[in-house]
Write a protein that binds this ligand. Sequence first.
Ligand code: ADP
Ligand code: MG
Ligand code: ZN
Length: 417
Amino acid sequence: PPALEAEKRRVLKTAFGFDEFRPGQERVIDALLAGRDVLAVMPTGAGKSLCYQVPALVKGGLAVVVSPLIALMDDQVAGLRLDGVCAEAIHSAKSRDENVASWRRVASGEAKIVYMAPERLMTDRMLGALGRLPVSLVAIDEAHCISQWGHSFRAEYLTLGRLREALPEARLVALTATADDGTRADILDKLFAGRAESFVAGFDRPNIAISVAEKRDVGTAIERYVTSRPGLSGVVYRLSRKKVEETAARLRDAGVNALAYHAGMEASERSAAQEAFLAEPGVVMVATVAFGMGIDKSDVRYVVHGDIPGSLEAYYQEIGRAGRDGAPAEALMFYGLEDVRTRRRFIDEQDSDDERKRVEARRLDALVGFCETTSCRRQTLLAYFGETTGPCGNCDTCLDPPDVIDGAREARLLLGL
Ligand code: ADP
Ligand code: MG
Ligand code: ZN
C-alpha cells in the first residue's frame, strides 16, 4: 500500500537520515510489512540492522531483537538513541537496577526496540511478560548461531525455536551474513519450521547480464531491442513522463504489449497497468522511476534504461527487478553525455544546500565512471557497494573488451564535461 511505502521512506529519512535503501533492504522490509516471516542473508556491512529497525518503527508496537553479544547490543542501542529512537538493552552486564529501569520503559511502551540475549528472552517469565505487550516484530540477528554447521554455534540460540509459538502475533525475521546452504536450511528448520521467505541478497546478481550502449537514436534502439525479444516481460525506464508515453506508443505500434506507468497518471490507471504487468505474460512496462517499488515479479527478463539513472544505487535497484527467478536476464543502459549534462543541471538547479549538491554530484560521477569503465562492469558496480570480486564474464566489457583508447570519445569527454 502507498501509505506504508511512504511511511517506510519517511522513517528511513527522518530516523536514520538516509535517502535510499541499500540493495536488498527493501525486499526484507516489504515482506515484513506485508506480514511474512523472513530469513535474510546479506553480506556484512549490507545494512541488516535497518531491515528490522525500519519495520519496527513503521509497524509501531515493540520490536524485540536477539543478539549474541553484549557489545553488539550496546552499540546498536547507542546508535539508535543518537538517531532519536528510544531503544533499550537488557543483559547480564548491566546492574539489576539498570535492567529494571530498561524494562519499565519497555513495558510502558516508551521503548520501541529492546535488545536481549537469547537466554534472557527465552524464560517463561519474560515470554509471558512480552506476551502481554504489543510485540510486532522479533528479529534474530546473527541467526547462524543457531546452526551447528558453522563455527559460531551457540546452544542458547537453540531455545529460540520456541519463539514462533511463544509470540505468535509477532513477525519473525532472522538475519545473517553466512549464506552457505547447510546453515540456511538449519535456520529455516529450527526457527521457522521451514515456513519463511528466504532472501539471499549478496549484492551480486550473476544471472543479470549487464551492458551499457552508446545512446544514439534511442527510440529506434529500444524498439529493436524489445521487438527482438518477443513474449518476454521487461521494464523500460525513461526519465520523463513524455518519453514514457512516446516510447510506449511506439512499442505498441510495433506490436508489443507495452504499457505506460508514471506519476502523472491516475492512481487507478497506474494500478491497472501494474496488475496487468504482474498477471499477464510478456508485458513490457515503460515507466519512470515511479514504477517498481515493492513489485515482486520473478520473471522479468530485462530492464532497459533509455536514459541514465540518477545514481548507481538507483541503477542497482532498478536492474535488480530483472531475473529474480535466477534465470538469465539482461540489463541494458543507454548512455550519452547529453544525459549526464541533464543530470548535472538537475543537481545544480535543485533547491538544496551545497553539501547535498556535492553528494549528488559525486554519485553522478560514480555512475559515469561505471558507464565509462573499460574493466568488468559488475566488478565496478559491486566495488561501489564495497564488495570485491573478479571479472564476471557476464557483462559487455568482459564478453567484448573495448578498445582501450577511443580518441573521439576522449575528445567529447574533455570538451563536453
Ligand atoms: P550489517 O549488520 O549487515 O553488517 P549494519 O546494519 O551494521 O550492517 O550497517 C552497516 C552500515 O551501513 C551502518 O553504518 C549503517 O548505518 C549503514 N547503512 C545501512 N543502511 C543504509 C542505507 N540505506 N543508506 C546508507 N547507509 C546505510
Ligand atoms: Mg549486523
Ligand atoms: Zn564483467
